[in-house]
Design a protein around this ligand. Structure first.
Ligand code: SF4
Ligand code: SF4
Length: 340
């Protein structure tokens, strides 16, 4: 019998500064599943893979994955009996970041905790770990290779260059998250590759809102860097290489039509072709049963879709529409999606 499961649990591995996990879900965090206090040793990965297998086995016979319960980000799938391969690798083993977003995971609700983590926590060497996974032949062809936290343009240049090289030679699809504050030659190299998406969250259209959310005075620099990255990506001449600008809706801060209009205007100016909308995850978690509060957020999501769904130049990335209560109404309204 095949049980309902989560794609991340089955095929994703995420390396955080002190943990290995299948995902970034807060549900997982709360339950302290899998491998904590990871310090980069190979034995740690072996232990994690064993713990993962044991966890999956425990519900395989009769039931669904316990962590699915209450999770807001799962990707539903059926469990399989095929041998384990990673199709999603998350590299987030460092915490350096000069940005100061109000929604940064460790900061939300606890600024003190964030200060203890960002820029201070120890990191470990990621290269031996990736070499190990490669030699064990558990990285799937076309695996998504996500380079994210803290801020990858602040990784040592040699390491970021190596990670990009590793993704290329293992034929991975690269996804790079950056604040856009610093221009990176290594990211530029990645954008010359045929399978790279660079995602930058600007979450605003005006300088005032940008500074309120990012808490750094780098609005002009960020848009200048975005423009340069977009120009490079377009030279790659590949549909799989592009820069995506993200707008995380933070209720009460950037959920106005004026801000959305200003953001879209900036996107057109830099010739951005892909936009992704999201809603701040802690807000989603806290308000999943609050119909009234959801209404305001749905209004702004709807506004975004009305503006961009039929746009000839900017495509709206609808990832998340199928699985999330917050997006289901958009799915009803727009039946033909632009992006798969
Ligand atoms: S169900 Fe949620 S907590 Fe469990 S692996 Fe999937 S995303 Fe993570
Ligand atoms: S750019 Fe990312 S890591 Fe840096 S503060 Fe913002 S959310 Fe946190």
């Amino acid at each position: 019998m095949r049980n309902e499961c989560c794609e991340f649990l089955l095929h994703q591995v995420a390396f955080y500064n002190d943990e290995i996990r299948p995902c970034c879900s807060f549900t997982i965090d709360k339950r302290k599943l899998f491998y904590n206090n990871f310090s980069g040793d190979i034995q740690g990965i072996k232990d994690y893979l064993k713990a993962r297998e044991k966890y999956i086995k425990s519900f395989k016979e009769n039931g669904t994955a316990p962590c699915l319960n209450g999770c807001t980000i799962f990707e539903k799938t059926l469990d399989t009996d095929t041998s384990f391969k990673i199709n999603n690798l998350i590299i987030s083993h460092r915490t350096y970041c000069s940005c100061n977003c109000i929604y940064c995971e460790p900061s939300t609700g606890d600024t003190k905790k964030r200060k203890e983590i960002i820029n201070k926590k120890k990191h470990y060497q990621i290269k031996p770990i990736l070499k190990y996974l490669y030699e064990e032949n558990i990285i799937e062809e076309n695996c998504r290779f996500l380079i994210c936290g803290g801020e990858c343009s602040e990784y040592p240049r040699e390491e970021l260059g190596w990670l990009i090289y590793f993704a290329m030679i293992t034929n991975c699809n690269m996804l790079i998250l950056s604040s856009g504050i610093n221009y990176s030659k290594e990211i530029e190299t990645a954008l010359e590759y045929k399978k790279t998406v660079l995602k930058i969250s600007v979450d605003s259209g005006t300088k005032k809102t940008f500074e309120k959310i990012k808490r750094v005075k780098k609005y002009n620099e960020v848009w200048k860097n975005i423009k340069k990255y977009i120009q490079i990506s377009q030279k790659s001449n590949s549909v799989d290489t592009y820069v995506e600008l993200k707008y995380i809706i933070i209720p009460g801060i950037n959920d106005t039509m004026e801000e959305v209009d200003a953001f879209i205007k900036k996107c057109r100016k830099v010739k951005c072709k892909y936009v992704r909308i999201d809603v701040e995850h802690f807000w989603v978690e806290e308000n999943k049963n609050n119909i009234e509060k959801q209404k305001t957020v749905k209004k702004i999501i709807n506004y975004f879709f009305d503006k961009l769904y039929a746009d000839k130049e900017i495509k709206i990335d609808i990832e998340g529409v199928y699985k999330d209560w917050l997006w289901a109404f958009v799915q009803d309204k727009y039946t033909n999606h632009q992006m798969g």
